[in-house]
Design a protein. Sequence first.
Length: 327
Amino acid sequence: MLHPGPVLPRRSREYFSRCLLPLLFLILVNTPGEAGILFHDDFNTPSEDVDRSLWTTPEGPAAFFGQTALRNPNIPDSMTDGLRKTVEVGASLSDSALGVARLLLSTYNPTDPKHLTFWGSEIDTIQTFSPTPEEGIAFEARVRASEEIPLGVITSIFGFGETGAGNLKDEIDIEFLSNLYLPSSTPQFLVNRFINAPPSATGRPEILSFPDDITATEFNTYKIVWFTDKIEWYVNDILVYQAGTAIPSHPLSMRLNIWVPGPEWAQAYHPDLLAAQDITGNVDYFYEIDYVTVFNIRTIPEPQTLYLLGGALLCGCFRRRTRGGVA
């Protein structure tokens, strides 16, 4: 006589709906989503300079760091020796169909009487940004450095804000040190963050490898996502690092620059990179920016999303399937 096997409980559609509802709720609550663009510039309209209603450049003491002074459109033409003092907006040198902002680094600084320093470039958004518990801030840019850049040059993407008296700052960085990506078969870059720090502070630097063997001399998309309780760094939408401590709390502008550090930053400095003594010895290097976007990242989904999902699943929980014409 054959004995029947164990009777397995039949799992109804209502059972699975009850299981899925809390699971999907948790997924939604823990999955950030884009909330809206706060700033965007694609540099697709050729111009002698970036749009100065959107961008500014440091002046005065803030316009000199490392071995580099920053060019500025307000500098008198008589001081430039014919070198460009603005950020050209035009076709990329690697792709003529692509509009870019081109930040220049000149080895000759016409504003330095001793000609011992370099002439770099920086653009900063006039607008500042702050995360909230409900929405983070994403700083995103697609950029590349020129192939000719030598050792001892830095290009960067960063959020920056002054925190009060004493020249203190909050800052979140992605920095491309040519010393880290040029000589190595495994190119690297640096991320960092500062909270209420003086200019001489070293922050909390982390050296990371580029994912997928990419390099800083090719166009890639970089993103800093800043929440009130953590920061995430992305390369081509790949999460490469995150931090949950020392999170800036002051409003930050988004900034991009190209410059030469001094020997006080041994990791980035190179003694063979020297400033040109006259205009005939000048060499220009560049940093191309395809676009810059700042947008919100929601930390909690919109209520209507949860209502719709919950309603759909609850309908499945309470709806009975008709069998044999009997409800």
